[in-house]
Design a protein around this ligand. Sequence first.
Ligand code: NAD
Ligand code: LMR
Length: 324
Amino acid sequence: MKTPIRVAVTGAAGQIGYALLFRIASGAMFGPDQPVSLQLIEAPVEKALKALEGVAMELDDCAFPLLSSIQMTSEPKEGFAGANWCLLIGAKPRGPGMERADLLKDNGQIFIGQGRIIDEVAADDARIAVVGNPANTNCMIAASQAKRLPAERFTAMVRLDQNRAQTQLAKKAGVALTEVKNIFIYGNHSPSMFPAYAQATISGKPAAEVIGDEAWLQGTFCETVGKRGAAIINARGASSAASAANALVDHVHDLMTPGAIHSVAVKSEGRYGFDPNVWAGMPVRTTSPGSYEVIEGHSMDAFAQSKIAATNKELMEERGFVTA
Ligand code: NAD
Ligand code: LMR
C-alpha cells in the first residue's frame, strides 16, 4: 500500500468542498491506487464546523477504500501540518452584480495568514492550489508569505475557464469535446482573461479555420468564457460549485501527471509580456509529479497582445490594491 497523500482543504464544508471531497476520496484526483488523508479546515464558526461533521459522516458512509483518514479542525496550524497538497477554497463567494476583485478586501486577509502557516508547517514537498477568489491575487498574497516553499509551488486555478472555453468551441464547431485541443487561458480568472484560440485545434485543424468566424472568436467566444461565472450566479443564485470542484480535480490531477499540457496561473516571471510578479494563467507542461514548465513561444497577434495587456493591467491593479 502506498503512503497516503495528505490533502488539506479549506472551506471544506462549503459548496465547492461538498462537490470536491468525495471525488478526492474516490481516487479521481490522485489516481485509483493512491490513498489519501483528508485534513479538513473550516472557519471557527459553529454552523460551519457542525456542517463539516456531517460531511465527514457522509465520507465515512461512502466506505471509500482509498480514504485512509479524515481530520477536522478550525486551526490552520493543525490542518496544514505535514500536508502535501493545500487546496485553498475557503473564502467568500461573490453575489450578483459583484466582480471577483470586490472580494479582495475580505478574502485577501485569509491568504496572508494561510500562506504564512503553510510555509511553517506543511510538508517539504507541499504544493498549493488557490481557488478562493480573486484566485490569482490571493495566490500571489499567499506566496508572498513563504520563505521556505518556492513561488512556483503556489498555483491558482484557471482550469474552469479552460474547460468552459473547450466546451464553447466544441459546441460552435458541432464536434465532440475531445476533438478540441490546446485551448489555453492567459491572465486573470476574471472577465479580462484571454482564452487564446490561435494554438487551438479542432479535429487536428486550426480552430480559427474550422470556426471560420474571427468576429465570433474575438467577441462572443471571449465574452462567454470570461463572463460564464456571472451567468451561473445569475441563473443559480449561487456561484459555480460542481464545475469548480471538477476543475480543481483536473488542475491537481494534471499537475501530478507528467506530460499533461494545461492552463495554470503561475508566477509570470515576465513571460508573455506579463509583469514578472503577478500570477497569470498560461500553458504549462507537467514535468514530474507536482512540477511543471511554462510552455513558451506561442505567437501572439495584435488582438492577443491587447487582451494580454488588459488582463495584465488588471492583475497589477489588484496587486496595487493589496499592497497599498
Ligand atoms: P461557500 O461560501 O459555499 O464556502 C466557503 C467556505 O469557506 C464556507 O464553509 C466558509 O465557512 C469557509 N471559510 C471561510 N473563511 C475560511 C477560512 N479562513 N478558513 C477556512 N474556511 C473558511 O463558497 P464556495 O462556493 O465553496 O466558494 C469558495 C470560493 O471559491 C469563493 O471565493 C468563490 O468565489 C471561489 N470560486 C473560485 C472559482 C475559480 O474558478 N477559481 C470557481 C468557483 C468559486
Ligand atoms: C466562476 O468562475 O464560476 C467562479 O469564479 C465564481 C464567480 O464568482 O464567478
